[in-house]
Design a protein around this ligand. Structure first.
Ligand SMILES: Nc1ncnc2c1ncn2[C@@H]1O[C@H](COP(=O)(O)OP(=O)(O)OP(=O)(O)O)[C@@H](O)[C@H]1O
Ligand SMILES: [Mg+2]
Length: 483
């Protein structure tokens, strides 16, 4: 366990350092905040013990600087006798959680260093667990194992701990709000509030007062003082959803707020400050919104420090099986149902759709199917699309798969498939082909390679088992090129 002791008074510092060393801590020493910062730029420490009043960079500045870029380890602040009360509130905001009055009491020091060390270990373990979960395709409420989602997860993990604004773009239902929540949850502000303001969900005239708050009598109808979203999000994250729907004059005021984090309630002269991290989302193309005069260019550049683009579901259909699996699990709890899994033909049908409404639409389809099924596997009969059993408008040439589904889980290598005695060789082959196709994300070239046959042979078999709609040119091309 490595502890950094920062104090300009040599005697005090060496005394504390010496005691810590006698308890077998590895101790680094710095003579003031500036010295500590340069030391920390090359060495990581588990616990920081710092004085407040120091030349060059003082303790306040040191905590603030480390906190701003998330390098602040659990910190113990030493305060001169009598100044504790004054320092208390400021320091707490800066992330220092323990106080030691000078002259330092050895038994208090022992307890606090042990506690700070335990917190430091916990933080490291938590980070490890989070990484592991993200690696398994889950980040907050977001699910996905495809390359585009892995990229999104990477950016979220990198950007979350900073205080930088983030613009989240993507079509409706791609998970922009979930991404914003994941950013908050993975930031140091996760203990603070997450406040979402949907600029499209309220009359234009109200957006300004919802954002900044207002005093009683600020305008007709303002019968009471109201706290705005900025104030409510103090110490946490403010998520501005549908930024392109924010009226232009309010965008100008928001930009001013982002410059110095000062604002006024409507009808008030009092300038207030709020430490808020701002995230924004839009399902419009921001550059187009700028051209159309819907989004201020300067605001766009101020918020677009980082941009996270959420891919549409049609570009990551390989994520469908795990998203569905997780949804079934959650929906069973919600509706008290006992659905076990999605059958192969059901999954194939999901693959064939275009998903204009993205994951939200998928969720609606699964929710209705779960309610209709109640228990056992989800089958095509539980599909709530009117008219046809399968919508193949997705540009896919796949037909509905078997009418007698083999009731397979989303297959994984090594899974056992239900080949029963009494089945014909053709039937068994068909079960294997269906399962492999689903496992391969309906990619026939990949499925053929897993099956150890050529794409042309697979193509023939799909026709033989009536798993194809017809002779799409694309299909022919694929088969020919793979031979
Ligand atoms: N990657 C994902 N994994 C799991 N569920 C998701 C994912 N993306 C979206 N969802 C589901 O879709 C729903 C809608 O997501 P969200 O509200 O974040 O979308 P959005 O991009 O903000 O949409 P809009 O632009 O319409 O506001 C969520 O409640 C969740 O059920
Ligand atoms: Mg949204």
């Amino acid at each position: 366990m490595r502890v950094l002791v920062v104090d300009d008074e040599t005697e005090e510092r060496e005394y504390v350092a010496g005691v810590l060393r006698s308890w077998d801590y590895e101790v680094l020493e710095a003579v003031d905040g500036q010295d500590a910062l340069s030391l920390l730029s090359t060495a990581a420490v588990d616990v920081l013990i710092t004085d407040l009043m120091m030349p060059r960079v003082d303790g306040f500045e040191l905590l603030r600087t480390l906190g701003a870029d998330t390098r602040l380890p659990p910190a113990i602040v030493m305060t001169a006798f009598g100044s504790l009360e004054k320092a208390l509130s400021t320091i707490h905001d800066l992330g220092g959680f323990w106080f030691l009055e000078k002259p330092v009491d050895i038994s208090a020091l022992k307890i606090l260093v042990a506690r700070a060390g335990a917190q430091s270990r916990l933080a490291i373990e938590n980070e490890g667990l989070r990484r592991e979960l993200a690696f398994r395709g889950v980040l907050g409420g977001l699910i996905g194992q495809s390359a585009p989602m892995a990229h999104v997860f990477d950016i979220i993990r990198q950007v979350a701990p900073t205080s930088a604004p983030v613009l989240i773009t993507g079509d409706s239902g791609t998970g922009k709000e979930l991404a914003a929540r994941a950013l908050h949850e993975h930031s140091r502000r996760s203990g603070g509030p997450f406040v979402a303001l949907n600029c499209a969900a309220m009359p234009e005239a109200l957006v300004e007062s919802e954002l900044f708050g207002h005093e009683k009598g600020a305008f007709t109808g303002a019968v009471d003082r109201r706290t705005g979203a900025i104030e409510s999000a103090r110490g946490g994250t403010l998520f501005l959803d549908e930024l392109g729907e924010m009226p232009m004059p309010v965008q100008a005021k928001l930009l001013r707020f982002l410059e110095d984090f000062q604002f006024r309630r409507l009808g008030s002269r009092q300038e207030m400050k709020a430490d808020v991290r701002v995230l924004a989302a839009t399902n419009r193309d921001p550059l187009k919104a700028i051209q159309e005069g819907k989004l201020r260019e300067d605001l766009y550049y101020r918020i677009n420090v980082f941009q996270i683009e959420l891919p549409p579901l049609r570009d990551r259909k390989e994520d469908i099986p795990i998203i569905v699996e997780s949804m079934i699990h959650n929906l069973n709890r919600k509706h008290d149902t006992r659905v076990t899994h999605a059958s192969v033909d059901f999954l194939a049908m999901l693959h064939a759709r275009n998903w204009e409404g993205n994951v939200r639409e998928l969720r609606n389809v699964i929710e209705r199917a779960v309610i209709l099924a109640g228990e056992g596997p989800l089958r095509l009969t539980h599909v709530p699309f009117p008219g046809s059993r399968v919508d193949i408008s997705a540009g896919s040439t796949l037909a509905p798969l078997a009418s007698t589904p083999p009731s397979l889980q989303p297959a994984a290598p090594g899974d056992v498939l239900p080949v029963k005695l009494g089945m014909s060789v053709d039937e068994a082959e068909r079960v294997l082909i269906e399962a492999t196709l689903v496992h391969a994300g309906m990619n026939k070239t990949r499925a053929a390679s897993v099956l150890g046959i050529t794409a042309r042979t697979l193509h023939t078999k799909l026709r033989q088992y009536q798993l194809e709609t017809g002779e799409g040119a694309e299909e022919e091309e694929l088969a020919a090129s793979a031979c």
